[in-house]
Design a protein around this ligand. Structure first.
Ligand SMILES: [Zn+2]
Length: 218
């Protein structure tokens, strides 16, 4: 099975992607992780990617799809979960071409859906410890003592970009980028919205239910 998971910033996508990968024993494709790995082992594509990253420019799609194609060939037998990739319509179309070439197709594009107000409430309650970088949420995952790290006993800090204005801007960018993706995957008949309200476990169960309802083979 080949799945794609996407959702707005702050929705908890990373956590769910990791849990799903473990649960279905499939391979996770996260562009950021894979680029870092390729660079670390200094593979051919890693070296090329690094030269772009050093210059601070985007890694071009041709190189990205060299990496995608070899990932597909290597991991197609295990099932793949695309975590936040493709990011735009162009990449989605290219991915579809790559999959077709291997006689594969994307079974489900799952969008984690959460009310904008709920997202900003979550992000506004995020805090981190400046010493050990541990993350807290004053509502869902509070420290034992008010706004102080459990471990280091240092006062917690709010990320500078977790402000109402920045969050709204990030949401707007997300909507603009993903609206064409949503439309495209609807046209391919593989788009599914999953409610992302509730606890981490609730959301995980929602996603698993949707996936299992499709009776996908590994
Ligand atoms: Zn700490």
């Amino acid at each position: 099975m080949i799945l794609m998971l996407f959702g707005p910033p702050g929705v908890g996508k990373g956590t769910q992607a990791n849990r799903l990968t473990q649960y279905y024993r499939c391979e996770k494709f996260s562009m950021g992780d894979i680029l870092r790995e390729e660079v670390a082992i200094q593979s051919e594509s890693g070296k090329k990617a690094e030269s772009h990253m050093i210059q601070g420019v985007l890694v071009p799609d041709t190189l990205i799809f060299e990496i995608v194609d070899s990932f597909l060939i290597e991991n197609k037998a295990n099932g793949i979960l695309f975590d936040g990739f493709p990011r735009n319509l162009n990449q989605a179309i290219n991915l579809n071409t790559s999959l077709s070439r291997l006689n594969l197709r994307l079974n489900l594009a799952l969008e984690m859906d959460l009310d904008e107000r709920e997202i900003s409430a979550r992000l506004l309650n995020r805090r981190y410890c400046p010493v050990c970088n541990r993350l807290y949420n004053l509502v869902s995952n509070p420290p034992r003592k008010d706004e102080v790290c459990d471990q280091c006993k240092k006062p917690l800090i709010k990320r500078e970009d977790d402000t109402e204005t920045v969050i709204q801007k990030r949401m707007q960018v997300y909507q603009e980028e993903t609206a064409p993706l949503t439309k495209y995957y609807k046209s391919l008949n593989c788009y599914q919205k999953v409610p992302a309200i509730g606890s981490e476990d609730d959301v995980f169960n929602n996603i698993v239910q949707v996936i299992n309802a499709h009776n996908l083979k590994k």
